[in-house]
Write a protein that binds this ligand. Sequence first.
Ligand SMILES: NC(=O)c1ccc[n+]([C@@H]2O[C@H](COP(=O)([O-])OP(=O)(O)OC[C@H]3O[C@@H](n4cnc5c(N)ncnc54)[C@H](OP(=O)(O)O)[C@@H]3O)[C@@H](O)[C@H]2O)c1
Length: 344
Amino acid sequence: MHYKLALIGFGNVARSLARLLIRKQDLLKSQHDVTFSFTGIATGSHGFAVNPDGLDIQKALDLVEGGQSISSLSSTDVKDSLAVINNSQANVMFENSPVNTQTGQPALDHIRQAFDLNMHAITANKGPVVHGYRELTALARSKGKRFGFESTVLGGAPVFSVFREAFPLAELISINGIFNATTNVILTLMENGEAYEDAVKYAQSIGLAETDPTNDVDGWDAAIKVAALVTVLMDTPMTPQQVNPTGIRGITPQMIAKARAEGKRYKLVCSAEKVGDKVTASVSPQLVDSTSPLYGMMNSSTGITFRTDVILDYSITLSEKPGMKGGPVETAYGLFADFVNAVK
Ligand SMILES: NC(=O)c1ccc[n+]([C@@H]2O[C@H](COP(=O)([O-])OP(=O)(O)OC[C@H]3O[C@@H](n4cnc5c(N)ncnc54)[C@H](OP(=O)(O)O)[C@@H]3O)[C@@H](O)[C@H]2O)c1
C-alpha cells in the first residue's frame, strides 16, 4: 500500500525521520509492500507546503537547512499547520513541533485533527501524551488508528512497547532511572572538575543542551518524561507540574567533591512508585553509590529500571554516545518503528 505522510514540525527530529525513511524505503517495500510520499510539511517560521501528489522532500530539506521557506513547493496556498493536515490527504501525520509542558498545545489539536481525518498520528512530542493520553487513545481506537509515541522517552529506544508487549498483565510497581542526558553530561563534567557554567556551555556546544538550558537543568524535561510513563504505564494521569521537579542548579563543586570522597556521585534521579491507586513521582538530584545501576551511567547515558510484581527489576540502558549528539537520529527511529508497526 502507498502511504501519504504529513510532517507537522520539520526540525531536527522530523528531518532525521525523512532521511531514515528514504534510507529504508527499499526494505519497507520488500518486507512490507509499503511505499510512501510526503504530501504535507508545516514549520514554525519556514513556511508550509502541501501537495497530495507528493512534495520534493530533498528540496524541502535543502530549503529549511539553508534557512529558507518551503512555501514555494506547495501546490495550494496554506497558512497554518491545521490547513496542512486538512489538505495533505495524508494517511499518517507525524507531530514533531516543540514541546509545550504546560498545555500540550498546539500538538494536541494537530493530533485530534489527524484522527478526525482518519490518519494514524505518531509523535516524539511529550506534551500531547501527558495532556491528552486518554482522550487521544480513545479517539485513535474509535477510528481504528494508531497513536504512536515510542520516541517520547529515552530517545527512540523501545520503552513503552517493551513494557506493553513483553509484560502482559504484569503490574508496574515502580520506575527508576536517568531520563535527561544533558544533566548527566553536566554532572559528569563537574565530577571531573569543570565549573557548572563551563559544563553547560560544553553541553550546548555539542548540540545537546538548548540555548536556554532551563528545561533540562531545572528538571522539566525529566519531569514530563516521568509524567508520560506514569500516565501510560501506570494508567494514572500525571502532569510535569505534579512531579514538581528539583533540578541540578543547587549542586556545588563542594558537594560533588564530598560525594566522591565517600565513593558516591550525584545523579538526577527520576522515579515513580504505585502503592494501591496512589502514584508518587519525583525528579531530584540524589546521591547514589556503586550498588545502584545508575552509578555507572556517565555522560549522555540514560536508562530506566522497571519493577513489576512478577519480574523484579528489568533495566534498559541507552549507552553513552561518542560525540554525544545521537539524539534526533535515535528519536527518528522511534517514530519510524511506530510507523512500521502501524502499517505493516
Ligand atoms: N531532539 C531530540 O533528540 C528529541 C528527543 C525526544 C523528543 N523530542 C521532541 O521532538 C519534537 C521535535 O524536536 P526537534 O529537536 O526536532 O525540535 P526543533 O529542531 O526545534 O524542531 C521543531 C520544528 O517544529 C516547527 N514548529 C514550531 N512551531 C510550530 C507550530 N506551531 N506548528 C508546527 N510546527 C512548528 C519548527 O519550525 P521552525 O524551525 O521554522 O520554527 C521546527 O520545524 C519536540 O517536541 C521534542 O521535545 C526531541
